[in-house]
Each structure stands twice: as C-alpha cells, then as structure tokens.
Write a protein that binds this ligand. Structure first.
Ligand SMILES: Cc1cc2nc3c(=O)[nH]c(=O)nc-3n(C[C@H](O)[C@H](O)[C@H](O)COP(=O)(O)OP(=O)(O)OC[C@H]3O[C@@H](n4cnc5c(N)ncnc54)[C@H](O)[C@@H]3O)c2cc1C
Length: 397
C-alpha cells in the first residue's frame, strides 16, 4: 500500500492546510471528546461548520446532488488529517455528519436524501441519535418505544436516554418498535423525527464532569408522518446497523489523528514535570510508559489505514470498527490517568486553581473519558462483536 500523496492530493492538502490555518476558530479550550454545551461554544461551532461547508470541505465524498463535493474518501481522510494537525475543533453537527447523513444516503428515498443531507452539511439542522432506552442499551433490540401506524402517521410513545445533543437537536434518528409480536430484531423501524413536534420533551442529564452533554427524552403521542420512515417498515434493525458501523468507523479515522496531538501534549507534560522536579516517578517508568503510548497510537494509525483502504476499495464500514473503538477508548482513559500520575499532588487541583496544570484539561479528560468505553457500545460489547463476527467464535462462547 502506497500511503504517499499523489501530486493532486498534495495540492489538495496544501490548500486545505492553508485554509484551515487562516479560518479555524481561535480561543476554544481543548475538551477532548466532549460535545459543546455552552451557548458560546455552540455559536462558534455552528459558524465553524457553516464556513467549512461553504468552503467545500464537508461531505467531500458525497454526491453533489445532495450537497456533497463528489470527491473521494481520500480527500476526506486528507482533510481530517489536516484538521487534526492544526487542532481545529470538530463541526457542531458531528452526529448528523458521521451517522445521520451516511445512513440516509444508504437507505433513504430520493426525497429523503434531497430533504435532509444538505441541511445536515450546512448545520441548518442539528441531529441526535435516539437509540438507547432505560432497559435497552447494549441489548438495543430490546427497545420498547412504540410507534403505531394510523393512516399516514406513526404515533410514537416511549422514552429514550443518554441522547447526546438532544437539547439542541432539530431532528432525531429514532428507533421504535412497530411490531410487538415479531422476534425482537424484526419488529423495529427507523424514523426521522422532528424534535420540535408536539409531545417531545427533553431533560438534561448531568455527567460526572458536572456537565450535561446528554439527555433523557420523552415521546407522548408524537405524530410522525409515514414519509419519515427510513428503510422498510419493521426493517429498521439493518438501517440501525449502518448507523452504528458508521459511528465506530468514521469516528475512529478522525480520532486517530487527535491522539497524536494528545500524545505530544502528554510528552510535553512529562518534560515539564521532570524539569520542575515535581514528578516522583522514576525516569525509566516515564520513558517506558510514553514509549508504550506511542506504540498504541501508531498501532491505531495503521489499523485506521487498513480500514480506510478497505473502504477505498468500495467496502462499507464493518465489524473491524470495534477493534479501533476498544483501542481508542481505553487508550484515552490510560493517557489521561497517566497525565494525573505525572502531576503528583497537583493532580488534586481543580480548574479554578491558578496552580493547576494545563487549565485542568487532564482532570476533566479523565472524568469525561470514563464514558468513552460506554458510548457507541461498551468495551465488553465490542469484544463480543470481535469474538463473534471477526473470530467466528460461537455466541456466548
Ligand atoms: C457519553 C455518552 C454518550 C451517549 N450518547 C448516546 C446517544 O447520543 N444516543 C444513544 O442512543 N445512546 C447514547 N449513549 C448510550 C450508550 O450507547 C449506552 O450507554 C451503551 O450502549 C450501554 O448501554 P447501557 O448504558 O444500557 O448499559 P448496559 O447495556 O446495561 O450494560 C451494563 C454493563 O453490562 C455489560 N454488558 C451488557 N451486555 C453485555 C454482553 N452481552 N456481554 C458482556 N457484557 C455486557 C456492559 O458492558 C456494561 O458494563 C451514550 C452513552 C454515553 C456514556
């Protein structure tokens, strides 16, 4: 595999880098994988996504008739790499871009593709993912939110939970049960639901960071037009798998670039505490740990390239995404934890202390990273997928 740029790719990269350097929003605090919650960050990231779209840097590999750029996933990968290099933040409508639009492009009708994809790209409509429920997370197919077809409308009743960005979303990818008598995977449908519909209510849920990126949502007699059904009636499970595979695959490609930056910051922190003489760890322990983190980040990179070259040959994201998911989520926890070990007693300081290192970013990072091995499917569930679908081990082995 030749990973070097062709002349055209090198030109695209140089132009993208120049544009990003000139246009990226300044003054945003690095919050790792957390989603924006305060009004000012939401405003900055909405504006940022609009500028990315207007400059032609979003939906690079998507068809032009739906607002994309008609290029290939090579340009997408190059652009993601450059975004990470200049430490530009992710656009606001991350869930719409990484999951909603790819699912609509694969399963949607012509009208649905025309109606939704462009508005996702232009950040005119923010999306959230209404999959998890109080009694169905890992066992997603056990979901209970019901939709009954009455004439040309579904009437939806039920509860969703842990819905990231639900509080600012305009639309929701909603999984509902439409046939209670069918086997659990066969009675599910996938609806595109207007979050401003009457009967939808959203309540924020606080995380251990003290912030509320996610919510619980209630649906009480919500009327959803039949034309908002994505894919076949009672065939929503296959559509949901597309969303989940894209969630794991797309995020892992962009994510690996961000890990290089985190690694560099961690190495800089190690140098700082050694210089100041405040670190009680033996230098050889620090060296060994940093070298291991470097190995892990490099492994992630080559795994991402392998997944990427499969996609380039025309494949769709598959269960291989679970390997990247386990790697990045557990690595992020270990890196944040090590950053606090390096800080010694100063690790106990909070972000409002003037002596706290790096503005408290590592303390925040450790708390937020706990969710990494839960969101998008837990590590245990990902290992189950690897065992079953990649290793061919029998279920429950
Ligand atoms: C930060 C964050 C953001 C999220 N955002 C969204 C969102 O936007 N939309 C959305 O729909 N959901 C979202 N989620 C929910 C997430 O997808 C679920 O939390 C996750 O799927 C786990 O489900 P659960 O919480 O019900 O845990 P459970 O499924 O109850 O799992 C509990 C424990 O049992 C283990 N377990 C369960 N089944 C198995 C098994 N078969 N084998 C081995 N171990 C098992 C799990 O690994 C876990 O340790 C988010 C979660 C977090 C933390």
């Amino acid at each position: 595999m030749d990973l070097s740029d062709t002349r055209e790719e090198a030109e695209f990269r140089a132009k993208a880098r120049e544009w990003l350097e000139a246009n990226k929003p300044s003054g945003m605090v690095d919050r790792g994988f957390a989603l924006p919650i305060d009004a000012e960050s939401i405003r900055i990231l909405t504006d940022w996504q609009r500028r990315l779209y207007e400059a032609g840097y979003l939906g690079l590999a998507w068809p032009t008739e739906y607002g994309g750029q008609g290029k290939t996933i090579i340009e997408t990968a190059i652009f993601n790499e450059e975004m990470a290099r200049v430490r530009a933040p992710a656009p606001l409508n991350e869930l719409g871009l990484s999951m909603g639009a790819p699912t609509i492009l694969e399963h949607g009708t012509e009208e649905q593709k025309k109606r939704y994809v462009k508005k996702i790209l232009a950040c005119e409509e923010i999306w959230c993912q209404g999959f998890s429920e109080p009694n169905s997370g890992s066992d997603l197919a056990a979901l209970n939110t019901r939709a009954v077809l009455q004439g040309d409308e579904f009437i939806v009743n039920g509860q969703k939970v842990w819905t990231s960005l639900g509080h600012i979303a305009d639309w929701c990818m909603l999984l509902v049960r439409t046939d209670a008598d069918a086997p659990k995977h066969k009675g599910i449908s996938y609806l595109l639901v207007d979050m401003h519909s009457s009967g939808v209510s959203v309540q924020p849920l606080k995380q251990m960071t003290g912030e509320a990126e996610f919510n619980q949502m209630f649906f009480e007699d919500v009327h959803v037009p039949r034309e908002n059904l994505l894919g076949p009636l009672n065939g929503g499970w296959g559509v949901a798998i597309t969303t989940l595979m894209n969630e794991r695959a797309t995020l892992s490609l962009a994510t690996v670039m961000r890990f290089h930056n985190t690694f560099e910051d961690l190495a800089a922190l190690a140098r700082q505490v050694i210089r100041e003489g405040t670190c009680t760890l033996a230098p050889r322990v620090i060296r060994q740990s940093l070298a291991q983190f470097y190995v892990d980040v490099e492994s992630m990179k080559y795994l991402a390239y392998r997944n990427f070259s499969r996609l380039k040959r025309g494949g769709t994201p598959g269960p291989e995404g679970s390997i990247s998911k386990v790697l990045w989520s557990e690595l992020n926890q270990r890196m944040n934890e090590f950053a606090l070990v390096l800080q010694g007693p100063r690790a106990a300081l909070t972000e409002d202390s003037r002596h706290v290192i790096d503005g408290g970013r590592w303390q925040y990072g450790l708390l937020r990273s706990r969710g990494n091995t839960i969101e998008e499917g837990t590590s245990e569930v990902q290992r189950g997928i690897i065992a079953e679908r990649l290793l061919g081990l029998p279920k429950g082995y």
